[in-house]
Design a protein around this ligand. Structure first.
Ligand code: SF4
Length: 332
């Protein structure tokens, strides 16, 4: 792995809500959903970076910002040094080719009236990846790459199983020879045995094709299996990021500790040591002051209620955003 391929800096995304009748009566301004609240993250070339957090914490919103489905309210994303939301870059379709997203439900993104062959041929032709005469050979190569038989090219999406449809989605993403794949809950809808096949295929392809992957998932065991590094996100902010094995075996942030210990463990020694994740995720309509985790954190102090902690290096094992990380991990 060499160099940073993507730098995300202080990314904010706010969705303004319309004013309710009560807002008009009381003269209150409309409310705002604070979906991302200052995400900063680097994506290193050739790595798989897992992004984990509870449902509603901003994982998928971040993925959608990266592929420009959403425009951030503040902050920037730099790809190969260029601001991807800059005026010139917005007009440049090369970014859309170089950074590809794959969704949980490929069925909704595969045209039900097109055969697999037509779907792949269309991707190749729209992005001018091959001259027309060479497209059939490339379609055959792509099917081979994702281990689908050649007669798959004559079938429609509904004739495939969920796992096979996800392979078609991977082949379509690979058709345009991307550098970065954004996998948003890629295998969440599949049976466990099929999940493993699709994820292992993805890892093999990553190695062969030198891909960088951002892997968003709520299944922590899956993330541990695939990721070199992991970022933990809470209420639209990264609270901890670090090497996958270290973070999973000794999480340092109180939220990471609770999130990871709430996941079912295969190790009998770890059962019963769970740190309870108290309370509900606060609404992004009403962000807590200071550290956004303070309303659920058993270590919270007065400082936590008023001052937002920033991500700082911690003991050479990654970065953590917590005022009291040293004391909390004093014996770790
Ligand atoms: Fe808990 Fe305070 Fe650390 Fe936030 S900053 S995680 S509230 S100890």
């Amino acid at each position: 792995m060499t160099g940073t391929v993507m730098e995300i800096r202080d990314l904010h995304l706010r969705f303004p809500m319309g004013r309710s009748p009560a807002d008009y009566v009381t003269g209150r301004p409309g409310r705002v959903v604070n979906a991302l609240n200052g995400v900063s993250l680097d994506l290193i070339r050739g790595e798989t970076l897992g992004v984990v957090g509870e449902s509603g914490c901003g994982k998928s919103t971040l993925a959608r910002c990266i592929v420009r489905l959403y425009t951030p309210s503040e902050g920037e994303i730099r790809f190969d040094g260029q601001d991807v939301f800059g005026t010139e870059q917005r007009a440049d379709r090369a970014y859309n080719r170089r950074v590809q997203m794959m969704f949980q439900d490929p069925y909704s993104s595969l045209n039900p009236r097109m055969t697999t062959g037509q779907i792949l041929a269309e991707a190749l032709s729209v992005h001018k990846m091959r001259p027309d005469a060479k497209i059939p050979a490339r379609v055959a190569e792509l099917l081979e790459l994702v281990r689908l038989s050649q007669d798959a090219q004559h079938k429609l999406p509904h004739e495939f199983s969920g796992g096979q449809r996800q392979r078609i989605a991977i082949a379509r993403a690979l058709a345009v020879e991307p550098e970065v794949l954004i996998a948003d809950e890629l295998v969440s809808a599949l049976d466990v045995s099929v999940q493993a096949q699709v994820v292992n295929l993805l890892l093999e392809l990553q190695e062969t094709l030198d891909l960088t992957i951002l892997f968003v998932a709520h299944d922590l065991r899956l993330v541990r299996h695939v990721s070199n590094r992991v970022a933990v996100i809470y209420l639209g902010r990264i609270v901890e990021v670090g090497d996958s094995e270290t973070l999973f075996s000794a999480p340092a942030h109180p939220y990471s500790q609770a999130l990871l210990s709430a996941a079912p463990s295969l190790n009998p020694d770890e059962r019963g040591k769970a740190v309870k994740l108290e309370g509900e995720l606060p609404s992004p309509l009403n962000m807590p002051s200071g550290c956004p985790f303070h309303v659920r954190c058993r270590h919270a102090t007065e400082t936590c209620k008023t001052t937002l902690p920033v991500l700082l290096p911690f003991k050479g094992r990654g970065e953590v955003a917590c005022h009291h990380v040293e004391e909390i991990n004093a014996n770790a």
